[in-house]
Write a protein that binds this ligand. Structure first.
Ligand code: COA
Length: 509
């Protein structure tokens, strides 16, 4: 099927043009809202054409730069291409592109790292300035101009509403049968007009399957036939499998204690291989009739839907490997009954996360002995990706877990440190830490108790003595009346593990 046969609105058919012609409608200094969430549903042609356009302009001595706002991370064809030519002035709200990362850390590009549930409302509130252009991939256009969303919904509803000009990419690679899988809720308002969001179960449909756009605002329609990024997952390593085992044991224990129902509560699982390993573990495990209320649906959750362990999953994006995508496309009618894709303002909405009682499981870079978590920075100053939805879930979840291998870089780095730098999730939002060494359940523990539990259960044995020594000396300072004993620290030393790594390439003394 060609893209043209998916553009049924006569007025929008007349606006079909090349990606180059569409990119020329974007001006220096524009803020551009692009579709795309974790490598799914991003525009495939206009950003690359825009990058070429910017490169030519900048060779002539101009400085053509734009603001790039998205759902979350995209792909080399978007973030990579635009960053490569120095075309991004400001990026938000989440990225994971190596070229972007390098430029941000080199101070050549600004980046605002925002909770994913906040982005849409910040734009409606006018907190981020004017959105000039939206570039949104869709799977098709109906005769009346409504749009069939593609493999992610992200912030597309907001981009289409708020932008002055809209460029649509109609991608015929996206399965036509995606139609009907989405649920776009148009009931959100600005305060003081807000009403409760009427969702009480992960599979509830509260909106409609289509996105709306004012056809008069559409300045270009570009046809594409190009695949999503489809990142491959590496098979789970031993550390990931151990982490998964600890989590499964813990969940079984919680069911036994009557703190969780037998079918658990809706699962949220972050990005990456550890998250995928946990889901594989759950797929082999004893729990039945599970549900998912998550941001990104990865292969692990697809397998659980396939096996019947999971009955329903809600997300804002499908982020599948090539194999996962093949499975999905081959059985679309099956998955259409079991997957709902929503705007990220809903998939990550604190009200719904709190109401449904989510079990939240996210990766982290490091945690400190008191349970403060750093999800975003390497050695205090260099951004890795961003906070993504981890804060939306962690603060509002029924159970909030963070997981990491206990060491990084061949054992030179301890992922349990005296003080996290910086802190994305404070100790108040972190209930459970998991490494391959063990699981620390921090619920109901005061800071000094938390420190001992984290060191005993989660730190690598090579780093345990130094961490214990740190806590004991900090407590001695407190007992000597030179510091507080609520959260004992040696402030001169608290970040010395990080500075030692910067100096010597290792946190080991
Ligand atoms: N210090 C320095 N580097 C560290 C580190 C630490 N404490 N811990 C991990 N790293 C490095 C790893 O060595 C690896 O480096 P490499 O890319 O050069 O190999 C990199 O960070 C990624 O680590 P990895 O163990 O592969 O983790 P991951 O893929 O599970 O990602 C996060 C971990 C924290 C980066 C990732 O989960 C993330 O971006 N989280 C924030 C957003 C989020 O939680 N989203 C989901 C919410 S819905």
């Amino acid at each position: 099927m060609t893209a043209s046969s998916r553009i049924l609105h006569p007025g929008l058919r007349q606006k079909i043009m090349s990606a180059d012609a569409a990119a020329a409608l974007i001006s220096d200094g524009d803020n551009v809202g692009m579709s795309g969430f974790t490598g799914a549903g991003y525009p495939k042609a206009v950003p690359a054409a825009l990058a070429r356009h910017i490169e030519r302009a900048n060779q002539g001595g101009n400085t053509f730069r734009i603001g790039v706002w998205t759902g979350a991370s995209t792909a080399p064809e978007l973030d990579g291409a635009l960053a490569q030519v120095g075309g991004i002035e400001m990026r938000l709200p989440y990225q994971s592109d190596p070229t972007c990362r390098t430029r941000i850390n080199a101070g050549q590009m600004d980046y605002i790292d925002i909770h994913l549930s906040h982005v849409a409302q910040f734009v409606w509130f006018g907190f981020l300035g004017k959105l000039n252009v939206a570039v949104v991939e869709v799977a098709g256009v109906l005769e009346d101009g409504r749009l069939i969303p593609s493999s992610s919904v992200g912030n597309n509803k907001t981009w289409l509403d708020q932008a002055d000009k809209v460029i649509l990419e109609v991608n015929s690679w996206q399965p036509a049968a995606l139609e009907g899988m989405h649920d776009v809720y148009y009931g959100t308002q600005r305060p003081p007009l807000r009403k409760p969001i009427p969702m009480v179960a992960p599979g509830d449909r509260i909106g409609e399957p289509y996105l709306h756009v004012d056809p008069a605002k559409v300045v270009a329609v570009v046809e594409t036939q190009a695949p999503d990024r489809n990142t491959a997952f590496t098979p789970p390593d031993e550390a990931s499998n151990r982490i998964a085992e600890h989590i499964l044991d813990f969940l079984a224990h919680e069911v036994k204690q009557g703190r969780l129902p037998a079918e658990l509560l809706p699962l949220q699982s972050g990005v990456g291989n550890i998250a995928n390993a946990v889901l594989s573990g759950l797929n082999q495990g004893p729990f039945e009739n599970l549900t998912g209320y998550t941001e990104v649906l990865q292969d692990g959750m697809l397998e659980m839907l396939k096996s019947g362990k999971m009955t329903m999953a809600s997300a804002t994006a499908l982020s599948l490997s090539g194999e996962g995508m093949k499975e999905f496309l081959g059985n679309l009618d099956f998955y259409r009954q079991r997957i709902v894709l929503r705007p990220q303002e809903i998939s990550n909405h604190p009200e719904i996360i709190r109401r449904l009682g989510i079990i939240s499981m996210n990766g982290m870079i490091e945690a400190d002995i008191y349970g403060n978590v750093n999800s975003t920075h390497i050695m205090g100053t260099r951004i890795m990706n961003g906070i993504g939805g981890s804060g939306d879930f962690a603060r509002n979840a029924y159970l909030s877990m963070f997981m990491t291998p206990s060491t990084a870089k061949g054992g030179a780095i301890s992922c349990i440190v005296p003080m996290a730098s910086p802190v994305d999730h404070t100790e108040h939002d972190v209930q459970i830490l998991v490494t391959e060494q063990g699981l620390s359940d921090l619920r109901g523990l005061a800071p000094r108790q938390r420190a001992r539990r984290v060191i005993e259960r989660c730190a690598h044995p090579d780093f345990r003595p130094a961490l214990l020594d740190y806590v004991e000396r900090a407590e001695a300072e407190g007992r000597a009346g030179r510091a507080g004993l609520h959260t004992p620290h040696l402030l001169q030393e608290a970040l010395s593990w990080h500075t030692r790594f910067e100096r010597t390439g290792s946190m080991r003394a």
